[in-house]
Design a protein around this ligand. Structure first.
Ligand SMILES: [Zn+2]
Length: 425
């Protein structure tokens, strides 16, 4: 209904018409990632609009949380995706389904001017880390301060915020079929497992765009302008089995050699360069009276600088037995999965724009770096300005306490809308 969403427009005195929006765009659009335009973005009006729409936003977020969608359950992710696609169509979004066999379908949704070459990509994911049947133990509910449930923070509320921001811009006649700008909302199904099937699409849509906004939750209260890159490796050691009492000397313990290698790779941690190596899983042997003929470990590598990726990857893949374990065989598989999101100039420009918009709401917005990775890592590594952490504030992502702070939703939805309005020009 119009009365629930009557957004003031960029022109202060009257409602904007598409033709007005178009002429404004023609005069002020630029390819800079941080287009600011000449007229101020009405952040207070956007905030008022977001507050009015918050009940609808929460209803959508609740619908999405109730549609549980673990990454490894294609049918479940597709059920959630179907709800999202229907909602997108109801807002006039042009939905394209990228069908997948083993994972959930990917949703590419376009809003705005279909012929515009000036584009902004909004990145989100529909999958969660929570298995089907989590809801009874972790119910979806809203209390005085928080919205709770599996995937509430990471990132179903963020997805609902994006739709709400787009709706506000449409209703203010800023985002129209002739506005000279196109917003692409990409919602993937596999982010929580490293984006094996969506990465190529994310990268190709990012290449079409001059800025990427990522709906991952905030870091504390801050936006994310840098993220570490990630690598995963599996170290497998083969030794020689023998009876530990009868024939000890002829055995070659794979466990002992793996222990040496664990020490070796763990020493590659270098906090001064933002490098961490964590051996997170270790397995080996079969019985305590058998010298272990096999052992393996899984390792998580984090890097802050892109240049460290190939060097460390080579180091892992060329691991050899230590002198004391030279009779064992060592094989290593894996590699760098996500390159780091470095704090590039384009990203800083986008952040400064966000900061100026937030300042209109007397909101001192900070930036932060995080060790966690997102799909923003892929787009940033392509050299495209990427601003992350635009979702809600909350805590307990991937934990039973997962929840969103209700107070954070409207200001951050207004910020998202403001950023898009500035991009539209
Ligand atoms: Zn996430």
């Amino acid at each position: 209904m119009c009365d629930s969403v009557c957004m003031p427009t960029r022109t202060a005195s009257s409602s904007a018409k598409p033709s007005t929006a178009k002429s404004r765009t023609a005069s002020s659009r630029t390819t800079s990632p941080s287009t600011t335009g000449t007229s101020p973005i009405p952040m207070r009006a956007l905030l008022a609009g977001a507050r009015r729409l918050q009940p609808d936003l929460l209803a959508l977020a609740r619908t999405l949380v109730l549609a549980e969608s673990p990454s490894d359950d294609k049918a479940a992710v597709d059920r959630c995706g179907a709800l999202v696609a229907a909602h997108a169509r109801s807002l006039g979004g042009r939905v394209r389904l990228h069908r997948q066999r083993a994972h959930g379908h990917l949703l590419e949704i376009r809003f705005g001017d279909p012929r515009a070459t000036s584009r902004t990509l909004i990145l989100g994911h529909l999958d969660t880390v929570w298995p089907l049947g989590t809801l009874p133990a972790m119910p979806c509910r809203i209390d005085a301060e928080r919205f709770r449930g599996p995937g509430s923070l990471d990132m179903k509320t963020g997805v609902a915020m994006a739709f709400t921001a787009l709706r506000m811009l449409q209703e203010a006649a800023l985002l129209t079929r002739s506005c000279g700008h196109q917003v692409i909302l990409l919602l993937v199904s596999d982010e929580e497992i490293g984006s094996p099937v969506s990465r190529a699409l994310t990268e190709s849509l990012a290449r079409e765009s001059s800025a990427v906004l990522v709906l991952e939750p905030a870091q504390g209260l801050a936006l994310k302008t840098a993220r570490k890159g990630t690598g995963n490796f599996r170290i497998h050691v083969t030794g020689r089995a023998a009876h530990s009492g009868v024939d000890f000397a002829s055995g070659r313990s794979a466990i002992r050699e793996l222990a040496r290698l664990v020490e070796r790779v763990s020493d590659w941690t270098d906090p001064s360069r933002g490098i961490t190596v964590n051996v997170g899983i270790i397995h080996g042997g079969s019985r305590s009276n058998i010298i272990a003929d096999h052992a393996w470990a899984e390792v998580d590598l984090r890097i802050a600088r892109r240049a460290d990726g190939p060097r460390l990857e080579r180091r892992f893949l060329s691991l050899r037995p230590t002198p004391l374990g030279r009779d064992c065989a060592v094989t290593v598989t894996g590699g760098i999965n996500r390159p780091p999101m470095e704090r590039t100039r384009g990203t800083v420009q986008l952040f400064r724009l966000a900061q100026r918009l937030a300042a209109q709401l007397d909101w001192p917005l900070d930036e932060a770096a995080t060790g966690g990775a997102s799909d923003g890592n892929f787009t940033s590594a392509l050299g495209i300005a990427t601003l992350d952490g635009l979702g809600p504030v909350g805590h307990g992502a991937h934990a039973p306490t997962e929840s969103v702070l209700l107070d954070s939703i409207a200001p951050r939805t207004a910020l998202l809308a403001g950023l898009l309005a500035a991009r539209i020009g």
